[in-house]
Design a protein around this ligand. Structure first.
Ligand code: UDX
Length: 457
């Protein structure tokens, strides 16, 4: 078993630390935030993630994990220091590496024995070569410190499961010593390990995430076309999914991808390509489609309604996906301000995301409208003129057409996640709009020629 330090206790760092402890390693999680450390020591997870708190408590009680702000003590005799600090996106789309640099320097100035620095954070290809050089420049003691790349593929909401049962562990190393040590650390997980060089490992992370983002944007693009030609994207996706080369996952069209990874990683790879004099047309397309997709429902509704001014607008779901309280790049953040600007009285419901959302849009009058946070779906829908669904939480999926019909003043629903049955909505006399599966050509042709929008919305 190894002595491991983990820098940063966000999604990546904390989950990795807890899972290493669960595998029997001796782990110290380091964070600069004293309050956060206190919270973690008390057995409370600072993030909402299924199964995490139980594992934190179990391993803390067993003495396999501790939390500290004292990085010197944590790093000085660690066999490996894992970096799970953030690499936020800068204005120009490049990754901000200042947290990585700070920890690299702290490691260099603290280590007293040989140590492998393992970068889990997503960093542009070539960064870890620089990190290694940077550490050598600041190293105080005569010890061997090398840098490995070990990108993380966990998804929020299933982070613990994704780590303990990962489909693959990617390790990018430049020496046999680093490769063997990292393989040994991961041995207790008993998972497939793909060992490549450092730059390939860094690229695998971007190439994987951007491929998934591209898959979603592709389906959204096709969905928009489906609407125009009278096809149903859900049926189309189902039909595609039987081809094993395509697969059945990440084919859900909707209101666009959000979260801490896809938006940032598509921008970062686009930027990296440009820096190298190359235009990554596919990734650029994924970004462009997503931008349009995020406000497509709002645009649709704007054409249907004369104004949002003075309307009660129910918003169901605020987080970028279910199972997390994270709002980063969530479509709700693009749409709610548009509604408020139009004078809407927004009644928002989210099982866990409302508190975070209120930090951006405090309850009460806001812009030309107002926002109220309610504690259940019914309150949001009660007497509402229109409803937007932004996140497919279980309790939102469970809303029946009869509830929309019975609770709303006008049962007009815009569903960004394609979660309801069109026929059932029709039967209940709910006017239902979703993405890529509305009646297309046949109905359009019944209206005025060339007036696609006005006949349909
Ligand atoms: C993603 C990757 O899945 C993970 O491997 C990586 O390490 C980090 O980024 P995450 O951002 O947590 O994880 O969520 P994910 O479930 O992948 O969803 C990302 C976004 O895509 C969400 O906004 C989701 O709603 C959207 N999405 C996903 C779709 O619109 N359609 C789909 O079919 C799948």
């Amino acid at each position: 078993m190894y002595k491991i330090a983990v820098a940063g206790t966000g999604y990546v760092g904390l989950v990795a630390g807890v899972c290493f402890a669960e595998m029997g390693h001796q782990v110290t999680c380091v964070d600069i935030d004293e309050d956060k450390v206190k919270v973690m020591k008390s057995g409370v997870s600072p993030i909402f993630e299924e199964g995490l708190e139980e594992l934190m408590q179990k391993n803390y009680t067993a003495g396999r994990i501790e939390y500290t702000t004292n990085y010197q003590d944590a790093y000085k005799d660690a066999d490996a220091v894992f970096l799970g600090v953030g690499t936020p996106e800068k204005e120009d789309g490049s990754a901000d590496l200042s947290y990585i640099a700070t920890v690299a320097r702290q490691v260099a100035e603290s280590v007293e024995s040989d140590c492998l620095v393992v970068v889990k954070s997503t960093v542009p290809v070539g960064t870890n070569d620089k990190v290694e050089q940077f550490i050598q420049d600041f190293l105080i003691n005569e010890v061997n410190v090398e840098v490995a790349s070990n990108p993380e593929f966990l998804a929020q909401g299933s982070a613990v499961h994704d780590t303990l049962y990962a489909e693959r562990i990617i390790i990018g190393t430049e020496t046999e010593w680093a490769e063997e040590l990292l393989k040994e650390i991961y041995k207790p997980f008993n998972l497939p390990i793909v060992s490549v060089n450092r730059r390939s490992a860094e690229m695998i992370k971007y190439a994987s995430n951007d491929f998934l983002a591209l898959k979603i944007s592709y389906m959204n693009d096709i969905a928009n076309l489906c609407e125009l030609v009278g096809a149903d994207i859900k049926d189309v996706a189902e039909g595609m999914s039987y081809d094993e080369r395509i697969g059945s996952k990440f084919l859900n069209a909707g209101i666009g991808f959000g979260g801490s990874c896809f938006p940032k990683d598509t921008q970062a790879l686009d930027y990296l390509a440009k820096q190298n004099g190359y235009e990554l047309k596919t990734v650029k397309a994924a970004i462009d489609v997503n931008k349009i997709q995020k406000i497509s429902l709002y645009k649709k509704a704007s054409k249907r309604l004369i104004t949002f001014n003075g309307l009660k607008v129910a918003v169901l779901g605020l987080t970028f996906k279910p199972g997390t309280d994270d709002l980063r790049e969530s479509p709700s953040l693009d749409n709610v301000p548009l509604l408020l600007d139009q004078g809407a009285d927004v009644y928002a419901y989210d099982p866990v995301g409302a508190e975070n959302f209120a930090k951006f849009y405090p309850e009460g009058p806001n812009r030309r409208g107002s926002i109220t946070y309610v504690s259940n779906v019914e309150e949001a829908l009660d007497d509402a003129n229109v409803c937007f669904v932004f996140t497919e939480w279980g309790e939102i999926k469970a809303v029946t057409p009869e509830m929309y019909r019975g609770l709303m003043r006008t049962p007009l629903v815009y569903d960004g996640r394609n979660i309801y049955d069109i026929q059932e909505m029709k039967k209940a006399k709910v006017e239902y709009h979703s993405i890529g599966r509305e009646p297309g050509r046949v109905e359009v042709m019944r209206g005025e020629k060339n007036e696609l929008q006005s006949t349909r919305f």
